[in-house]
Each structure stands twice: as structure tokens, then as C-alpha cells.
Design a protein around this ligand. Sequence first.
Ligand code: HEM
Length: 178
Amino acid sequence: MDSAQTPFPDSQVAGVGPEPHPWITPALALLGSWRGSGSGGYGTLADGFSYAQEINFSHDGRPFLRYEARAWLTDAGGRPVRPSGRESGWWRVGADGYLEAVVAHPLGIVTTYVGRISGNEIEMASRDMAVTPRAKEVTASRRRLTLHEDELTVVQEVEAVGQPLQQHLSARLRRLPV
Ligand code: HEM
């Protein structure tokens, strides 16, 4: 929604817009937009792939973050090839860095996560996964995000289509200027 149309716009920048809820303090460094590149693979795929990704975190003053991510595959020269994974969701942050999240994918997968924000590390593991009838069978997922100044690394493991939990994605993103 256009921020001009709502009386309660989200903020992506600490100090601008609604005051962040104190509970999201451990997550404040995530606010904003991140963009970078990554590589992926899976046990069922003959070859790996390269991708670019943009992630966006914002808040409206309550103790949760709005989360949006979109990725596109890239060729050997880093040029965009086609749209790929997208997801959106909500990361609810508790007083002590406890984290629970719900994330939805366009191809019919919804995941709830439980995790923790400790310092510059965020770890989360799936609690429940629901899939629509035509979605791929995905049964578990884990994510680890590491923040180092203006660099965010994101690693995701997936258990799906009869394969054991294994790394599917690894990306290194940089904060986009506001
Ligand atoms: C940055 C986000 C993502 C990217 C760039 C990405 C990319 C890919 C690519 C390129 C493939 C090969 C098949 C194809 O070309 O579509 C694939 C397969 C797969 N992806 Fe992803 N993916 C992403 C996120 C996810 C997520 C969040 C999940 C699960 C929750 C997931 C689960 C799978 C599974 C299970 C396969 C293998 C399916 C099979 O062999 O049948 N992916 N992914």
C-alpha cells in the first residue's frame, strides 16, 4: 500500500516514522533494503545456480517486522535470467530476542518458524509447514542470517521431495542506501 494512503506507514529506518517497539531492538539493524547475490543447489538438481536477491524489512511500531524477499536467477556474468523465489511474511520478535515467524511463498508453501536473535546472528527453524495441493512437498526448513556491519549473509536449508535437510541457498547481501 502506498504510504500516502495509510495513516500508519511502515518505517524502514530507525529514527524515521513510528517509534520502534522496544522488543524489536535486537532486530533494528535489519531494517531497510538489502541486495546481493547468492548460489544454490539441491540433491535433485544436476547443476547449481546463481541468483540475486533483494530483502526488505520494515515495522509499524508494533513488535514485529514485515518481511519481503524476491530473487532472480543470474547467468555467469551476473545478468538477470528470470524471476525465481519470492516470499513475504511477518517476523514477530519477543522481549528477549525470541523470534517466531510466518512466511508464505507464491507456489503454495507456508512456513512457521521459531528462532532467536542473538547479537548479529539469527537462527530459525520451521515448526509447521503447510502446502497447497500442487505445491512441492517441503517438510522442514532452517535459516541462518548473519549481520556484519552493512553485510547480511543468508543461508537456508530445506528438507523436501524425499531429500534430507540440506543447504539450498546461500547469499551475501549489502544494505541499499536509503
Ligand atoms: C532465493 C530464493 C530461491 C531461489 C533463487 C530458488 C531457486 C531454485 C531453483 C533454480 C531450483 C531448480 C528448479 C527451478 O529452476 O525452479 C529450485 C528448486 C527447489 N527449490 Fe528453490 N529457490 C528459492 C527458495 C526456495 C525455498 C524458500 C524453498 C522451500 C521452502 C525452496 C525449495 C526448493 C525445492 C524443494 C527444490 C527442488 C525441487 C525438485 O527437485 O523437485 N526453494 N530452487
